[in-house]
Design a protein around this ligand. Sequence first.
Ligand code: PLP
Length: 368
Amino acid sequence: MTLLHYLDANASEPLRPEAREAMLAALEVSGNPSSVHRAGRSARRLLEDGRETIAARFGGNPAELVFTSGGTEADALAIHALGRGRRLIIGATEHDAIRAAAAEAAVLPVDRAGLADLDALAELLADGPPALVCLMLANNETGTIQPVADAAALCRRHDALLHVDAVQAAGRMRLDFAALGAHSLALSSHKLGGPAGAGALLLHPQVTALTPLIGGGGQERGRRGGTPATAVIAGFAEAARIAEPIAEHARMRDALEQAAIACGAVVCGAGAARLDNTTCLALPAIRADAQVIALDLEGIAVSAGAACSSGKVAASHVLQAMGLGPLAGQAIRVSLPWNASQDDVAAFIPAYQRMVQCLRAPLAQHAA
Ligand code: PLP
């Protein structure tokens, strides 16, 4: 069996051992955090400790943190609650979690590096009733980092609210919700090295009333019904506490990119500030799914576009919005996890070179 080199962190980070330990300990607590007895109070303590850890880590206020089932629900809750009575404006490269919840939104164009056009945002904001703007901090496919603080300042000038999807950014770059000036921010546990099944929405203290997406027993101060997944949240909190940008990632990513460029690849998003762990490599004329399969046979796990859509063979809406034309169906995403090693890089480079040779051969024959 070939050794697996897991380079698909943006789909899910490997579970951190510390998060696993925290979950195992939390599983021993059997109470419901809503119960008043001792067991309930123990569960409540776990939940509130987790809330404090995550809020403190990302510049939020524990009282303004709503636990959800993940990033998708946090995005949907923000749009449902903050978007009430407002028109919606979303970035063209937002994740499907945003696109699905804001299907009628006006779309903000991006440039070839994937950066949102803030002049276009200013024009959209000046023209019409108050809006809710959704702009992600870092893109899941290219790693492109958006000028969110500038967008927030623009939104405030026009009485608009700003929701930030920070699912891919959290733990991989500096993130301070209070300093960003946004009104809400979505997080997801499994993108930080915690377990899947938990996420959070951070709210600005100005956002006082929040209409829940899911009603029920008044949990989360009436903002999200349902018994919270205490053990999963304990793992989420531990992962959030220890997740930090990794200094070697940029060097490893650059080595991968140089090798890929030497094989004729195009780096999508090059020129913009990007997450150090992410690169999006397009190979002209070679389908993304064929590349993913060929690398999988070599024991290298990467993905084509967003994880949620890699089951279907569709061109990436992110790369299309960046004006990359046919390359939008010919790009793979390589994303380094917290535990990536030089061995992974050393294995990827020759595997990529063999993959290019092998997939190009039929094209050369066809042309001959
Ligand atoms: N937002 C972004 C930018 C993502 O990359 C993802 C998942 O890939 C999500 C939201 C959805 O998060 P979750 O899988 O926790 O629902």
